[in-house]
Design a binder for this molecule. Sequence first.
Ligand SMILES: Cc1ncc(COP(=O)(O)O)c(C=O)c1O
Length: 406
Amino acid sequence: MSKTIYMDNNATTMVAPEVFEEMRPYFCELYGNPSSMHSFGGQVGQVVEEARLRVARLINAEPEEIIFTSCGTESDSTAIFSALQSKPEKRHVVISRVEHPAVKNLCENLDNLTGHKHKVTQLPVDEEGMLDMEQYRESLSDDTAVVSMMWANNETGVLFPIAEMAAIARERGILFHTDAVQAVGKIPIDVKKLAMDFLSISGHKLHAPKGTGVLYVRKGTPFAPFLIGGHQEQGRRGGTENVTSIIGLGKACVLAGHYMQKENSTVRLLRDKLEQGLLATIPNAMRNGHKTERLPNTANISFEYVEGEAILLHLDRFGICASSGSACTSGSLEPSHVLRAMGVPFTAAHGSIRFSLSVYNTEDEVDYVLEKLPPIIADLRQMSPFWEDRAKIAGGGSCGSCSCQK
Ligand SMILES: Cc1ncc(COP(=O)(O)O)c(C=O)c1O
């Protein structure tokens, strides 16, 4: 099979053909600036407003509650800085240990970035990646300015009980932000039924182009802009709008609403077939993440005593794209902070692979992965000294290949 089998949709997605078609005229023909006084620009402004309406509809928001940004990261930063600025007397932030770096790294650097001392509570998760709600309640104090909790984890797909958490924060008068970058388009969201103040979206996770995002800000929530400049976005985000991508995002939201049922039926069935097939045919393999409270498209599986990067390289030879749970980009083989927070043993965390599917995957592709992956794991284990020594390693000691802590 020479074709690419793309199962890395939590990293990024293909721009849907319908999205691309909708964007096309706005590159070379209708390229006006939506803020211009002439009608050539004005007509583009109208299309941007249509896109705003389409995004709002997907999460049942009002169009004026939608601010276009450049990405999920910008939306996360905007929400957290805005909350802190609107409650300057409060210096406590609550997040989880498994947040995406867009939230985690920001909160860990708040003191440097703001020049003020903050207390950041990072709530632990259990072995299934789930929070303890009692611990969450107890973490909130009169000094808490904002809670920022991801809706769906990008590595495991685990879904936090955001409705309940937002309601608890509101009872205490605390602002609530959810990084819903992995959730929007995959599960139904109705902000009118929820008590959150801010919600982040990223276009490239739902078949729109890279470089566009959204921050939902509930009407009445105090707001301070992050990018200060022109009067775009009603003065809430300076900078000329990324018009083509915004138009694409609007169309992608229409498609996401249309495909939601499919995501939760067909995609879920494919994911389950893949996961169950791999767990049944490969010894010493285990699922990471909650069995049911999980995105329908994500499977994170550990194959003990092999390196995730080696598995990825072998899959790549067959055109199969997935991700590993190790922070390979940093040059170390440290397992991801998410799997560490879940207490996944090092022998398993190093060999974790995330498959994230989309409505564009097929059963033939799943069958192909089920055919190719078991022999890859078997071959790698033949070459792995840890596989031979597994009884000894399981009983204690270290893997010896890296600086991981047991
Ligand atoms: C949960 C989560 N939050 C935030 C981001 C950042 O989004 P962006 O790439 O649009 O900045 C990602 C991207 O992987 C993510 O998965």
